[in-house]
Design a protein around this ligand. Sequence first.
Ligand SMILES: C=C(C)CCOP(=O)(O)OP(=O)(O)O
Length: 309
Amino acid sequence: MVPTNSLDSRPAAAGPFDLEAYLKERRPLVEAALDQALALRYPETLYESMRYSLLAGGKRLRPILCLATCELAGGSLAVAMPTACALEMIHTMSLIHDDLPSMDNDDYRRGRLTNHKVYGDDVAILAGDALLTYAFEHVATQTHGADPVRVLRVVAGLGKAVGGEGLVGGQVVDLASEGNPNVTLETLNYIHNHKTAALLEISVTSGAILAGADEEAIESLRQYAQRIGLAFQIVDDILDITSTSETLGKSVGKDITAQKVTYPSLWGIEESRRQANQLIEEAKESLAGFGELNRPLLAIADYIVARTY
Ligand SMILES: C=C(C)CCOP(=O)(O)OP(=O)(O)O
């Protein structure tokens, strides 16, 4: 399997891949594009609130994955950047809404007060709405140099990943399962595949779609994304038990307080870690057909289980 516009004629890279240097280069690119994409304007309170959460830091994993797969398939960073920004806008919306008193009721996120603590519930809800809708506008109006059919496919994929068949569906089942000790592994998998893995899946596939990757390559990336997506949430649940609020920048111990069934509550921490590691190995196997170009994605997969925040 060879990605369209293959760059396989490049010399093979030597030595281990330096993910730290790669993230250090990519994060500021994303930060600058986000800052530029969302200028402060009237009504200032709304835009301040949107920018407060959007520019609050975070790992920027979703945009970085999108940029990586665009490059993997022979596309430029510029083609994928509007979609990369849109992914972060959508993710930020989900965090703002997830933290609301009627949802998880959290006071801290990304090391600072949550959006509603600063701007009030009303503005926080509206800032989430505006980030979500602007994300689609941004992709549709700012993506240049890609076949419009591909852009349309990305827009449709984003909609599916966020709506009732994706993130929102997962959040609803998650909230409904709070306090229910009989939640099954099947339901838990549904929750995590929808609330977390669906957005990671379109983060990974969208860059490749924009670059014109063939269907076989897109399918391999989809499998990679589903596996890292589930592993990501297992690790999130472990960190909620083992880490500190200073390190995570958000409150910890929430799952136990909310009496949520999680992978660690079902399997214990060690077994959950083992399952996450196994998913990561399987995710990496999905990339076998890409040759040396898969190095950033392999390193990001390892980072997902090794991360401390
Ligand atoms: C989907 C989940 C588990 C919410 C947190 O996502 P991240 O851990 O990617 O949050 P940031 O780094 O973007 O703040």
